[in-house]
Design a protein around this ligand. Structure first.
Ligand code: PLP
Length: 411
């Protein structure tokens, strides 16, 4: 892939791509952009070309590249202590957990590192709660998930993906999951029975293409869960922590889950930090030795996570995403019929369906990179736009303007 495009590449970029190609497993197919530094909503490549970052590392960089407040928190902690294991207590984790529980309106926090680990942890906790509290017979617990989901890449999580690329050749799969159509509360109700311990959903499906369900959906899911005595587990790893204009996307529709998975932006784009947060009577089922992680809750992660929580408690990033939403929506609306078929916007987060006749999402993303704007395709001809929340309205206009140019050039 690198060689086919090398004619238009800068010398340092071509050299860096060749080095990558030599010994890196091919589990990604990146755009040929080799980033060397970042500042706010912008990154610069090894040849000195600047790009507006329209992906923000899948929302892990919500607070901008090189956010001084977050870097200062990390630097201070680097000089104190970075890793203790949880065989002992560190002085940063407790305050982080308390602040995160307060921010999210929950009782308890289970710290992990990556998003997939948080989801795995929520699955284990839901099952243990099902056996110990709900009284489901041994090994019969069912978790209901939605079509089009993305919850990570571990063997158990891909077991309930319906994306063939994520699954094929990775079986045998973990049993105990049942898939229902996303956005359809009646289908969910029909799939419920006494073995269901949890319904696991993204409030907005990010990897699925920024799919926003009808406003009545999550409240109806909450009702069904209450009726059948099942937990509602919201995966807010991508939707949470400011992206949609709220601390949590479930707040858009006034729904309170029993467990919430967080990740990505929780580490401020500096270190991997994830967590399951939720009710004491649910997370409290875990007993010593049943679950853990060597790096989970480490003092460096807790120090960065604490600063992320402090930033979010001020609400300025949520407000920025709220204020940017109508601007972004208006710009995309103007492109409908000019290469854009449909768009979905929540805060500073957009899924944009391109007329397939004009190219694949990957091709559009490639053309936009040529014009200095980085975006990521999801499936087929859909691209997503999710810039760092420090982005200005003018920068949003610049990015969507570049999309308009790309679509015109392909018409
Ligand atoms: C990215 C993502 C995950 C997985 O997070 P990793 O840190 O990549 O393991 C899980 N759920 C959702 C909704 C995500 O967007």
């Amino acid at each position: 892939m690198a060689t086919a495009m090398s004619a238009s590449l800068g010398a340092a970029t071509a050299a860096a791509l060749a080095v990558e190609d030599r010994s890196l497993a091919h589990n990604y197919s990146p755009l040929p952009v080799v980033i060397a530094s970042g500042d706010g909503a912008w990154v610069t490549d090894v040849d000195g070309k600047r790009y507006l970052d329209g992906l923000a590392a899948y929302s892990a960089v919500n607070f901008g590249h090189g956010n001084q407040r977050l870097l200062d928190a990390a630097r201070t902690q680097l000089d104190r202590v970075t890793l203790t294991s949880r065989a002992f207590v560190n002085d940063r984790l407790g305050p982080f957990a308390t602040a995160l529980a307060d921010l999210t309106g929950t009782d308890m926090v289970l710290p992990m590192n990556t998003g997939a680990e948080a989801v795995e942890s929520a699955i284990k906790v839901s099952r243990a709660w099902g056996y110990r509290v709900k009284g489901v017979p041994a090994d019969r617990a069912t978790i209901i998930v939605a079509s089009g989901n993305f919850h990570g890449r571990t063997t158990t999580i891909v077991s309930f993906s319906d994306d063939p690329t994520a699954r094929n050749d990775f079986g045998p799969f973990t049993p105990g999951f049942r898939t229902v159509p996303y956005g359809d509360a009646d289908a969910l109700r029909a799939a419920m029975d006494d073995t269901v311990v949890a319904v696991l959903l993204e409030p907005i499906q990010g990897e699925g293409g920024v799919v926003i369900p009808p406003a009545s959906y999550l409240p109806a899911v909450r009702e069904v869960c209450d009726e059948f005595g099942a937990l509602l587990v919201a995966d807010e790893i991508q939707s949470g922590l400011g992206r949609t204009g709220h601390t949590l996307a479930v707040q858009r529709v006034g729904v309170t889950p029993d467990l919430i998975t967080l990740g990505k932006a929780l580490g401020g784009g500096i270190v991997p930090v994830s967590a399951v947060v939720g009710r004491r009577d649910v997370l409290g089922v875990l007993r010593p030795g049943e679950h853990g992680s060597t790096f989970g809750g480490n003092p460096l992660a807790a120090a960065v996570g604490s600063e992320v929580v402090a930033v979010l408690a001020e609400g300025t990033f949520q407000q920025r995403a709220l204020d940017g939403e109508p601007v972004l929506r208006g710009l995309l609306e103007d492109l409908v019929g000019h290469g854009v078929v449909a768009h979905r916007v929540a805060g500073l987060w957009a899924g944009i369906d391109i007329d397939p006749a004009l190219g694949t999402g990957k091709e559009i993303a490639h053309d936009m990179a040529d014009r200095g704007v980085l975006v990521k395709d999801t499936h087929g001809s859909t691209i997503r736009f999710a810039p760092p929340l420090v982005v200005t309205d003018d920068e949003v206009r610049h990015a969507i303007g570049a999309l308009g140019e790309v679509l015109r050039a392909r018409s």
